[in-house]
Design a protein around this ligand. Structure first.
Ligand code: DMJ
Length: 456
């Protein structure tokens, strides 16, 4: 459905030319590691199948379950997030079983409130990537139904920027104080939906929200991280590449990558130029991006959020390979020190600011994206270390569990839905070299959902 973009062609041919011979040589049996990832996925799916089938999230220590994004109602979140990962791994029986569950049970007509952003990246995105894998029209119909229930949140604002929460049945909206990520993380899913259904309303709504926020950037080109979606008034002064801004920048690039939207490319370049001008700092030979005042560029603090570690991959994709590689190496050094990244870290003092890690995929995401560009061994090694640490410390009786404290390696009884969609897929793809995936032209969303590049 999506033609190979000029950008994909350029980056694919460029990366082959840049590939040093040594980058291909390896002592590691990568395919065997890929098989190991697949075994773990099959095992975890079996646990979910046996103990939490159709529930949103399994509790991996107790074997219980919990709902998300609705309170007290399950939509099969983990199952939907897992579908395209199962497919690309060739776990076809499990994939079919999951799709059958969706066809028999999934119903978004629920009187309950969800996060517009989370529901789009996880449920709309998960259904669309499963549709991309199988071409089963029922999955597309489910994705459309879900997106239709989110659309009133865009329409309610004169700027087209969604409120953060919406009731799936009534369309009642809540919380106009939003942020870049929850404003601008829609265009790949909604653009895919528009192409697949011939109805451009989804893409247009996603794009308008991105543009409305971009137009309110400061004179030095930075966005703050809180805005009233009804007035466009900023409610914060902090510019950050971490949450809740992170995927806004990702989806400017992705609007270009997946949909070929040149305006998205121009917005991506303008934002990135401002970030690269005002936010980089170096300490101990490592590159970091600090939070700054969005109008003056004055540093606010050195606090680093693990979720920002995806950004090295995005910089690489956008052409800033040197900075992307350097930033990813900074996080890889922290991974070496702790085994698993703490979610909050101060590189100026070396102190842990938050010792939790909610099974975060971001460093594996960056390593995978950088590896797609230049195939250097070092990115695979970062992903391998990420995977082996997870196997060693996060594995629990009924699945994989969050870390309560990475310094003590204690677990907590939670497995987020994105675990099924993100790192298990990144590990498998970077190690396995599977023929089901077109490594030169694939597109993965912020949630790891493949919306272009599956090969059947
Ligand atoms: C995922 O849901 C997405 O990657 C999102 O953009 C932010 N991070 C979480 C996982 O940590």
């Amino acid at each position: 459905m999506f033609p190979l973009s000029r950008r994909s062609l350029l980056s694919a041919s460029g990366s082959l030319l840049l590939l040093p011979a040594t980058a291909r040589a390896s002592k590691e049996d990568w395919r065997a590691l890929g098989e190991d990832v697949k075994r773990e996925m099959r095992w975890a799916w079996g646990q979910y199948r046996g103990h939490a089938w159709g529930k949103d999230q399994i509790k991996p220590i107790s074997g219980g379950f919990e709902s998300f994004p609705l309170k007290n109602h399950h939509l099969g979140l983990s199952l939907i997030e897992a579908l395209d990962t199962l497919w690309v791994m060739g776990l076809d029986d499990e994939f079919r079983d999951g799709v059958d569950w969706v066809k028999r049970n999934l119903d978004f007509d629920v009187d309950g409130e969800v996060s517009v952003f989370e529901t789009s990246i996880r449920l709309v995105g998960g259904l669309l990537s499963a549709y991309h894998a199988s071409r089963d029209p029922a999955l597309l119909a489910n994705a459309r139904d879900c997106a239709d229930r989110l659309m009133p949140s865009f329409a309610a604002s004169p700027l087209g920027i969604p409120h953060r929460f919406i009731n799936l049945r009534t369309g009642a909206i809540r919380d106009p104080i939003t942020n870049p990520a929850e404003t601008g993380t829609f265009i790949p899913e909604f653009g895919f939906l528009s192409r697949a259904t011939g109805d451009d309303r989804y893409r247009a709504a996603a794009k308008r929200a991105q543009v409305s926020m971009f137009e309110r950037r400061s004179k030095i080109g930075l966005l703050a991280d809180a805005m009233d979606c009804m007035t466009g008034e900023w409610k914060s002064r902090r510019a950050s590449i971490g949450p809740p801004s992170d995927s806004y920048y990702e989806y400017l690039w992705d609007g270009w990558d997946l949909l070929g939207d040149r305006e998205c490319l121009a917005m991506y370049r303008a934002c990135t130029a401002a970030i690269l001008r005002h936010q980089p700092r170096t300490t101990g030979g490592h590159l970091w991006f600090v939070d700054v005042d969005f109008e003056t560029g004055k540093p606010i603090n050195w606090d680093q959020d693990e979720l920002a570690s995806f950004y090295g991959g995005l910089l690489g994709q956008g052409g800033a390979r040197r900075e992307g590689a350097a930033y990813t190496r900074s996080w890889a050094a922290v991974q070496k020190r702790f085994g698993i990244l703490p979610e909050g870290y101060d590189p100026a003092t070396g102190k842990v600011l938050s010792a939790t890690n909610s099974l975060r995929p971001e460093l594996a995401d960056a390593a995978f994206n950088l590896w797609l560009i230049d195939r250097r061994e070092e990115w695979r090694i970062i992903a391998r270390d990420h995977y082996l640490a997870m196997k060693r410390w996060n594995k629990a009786r009924y699945g994989y569990a969050d870390m309560a404290d990475v310094t003590k390696k204690t677990q907590s009884d939670h497995c987020p839905g994105y675990w099924w969609s993100e790192q298990m897929k990144y590990y498998y793809l970077i190690f396995s070299d599977t023929p089901r995936f077109d490594y030169r032209r694939a597109y993965l969303s912020t949630e790891g959902n493949v919306l272009r590049g599956f090969r059947r």
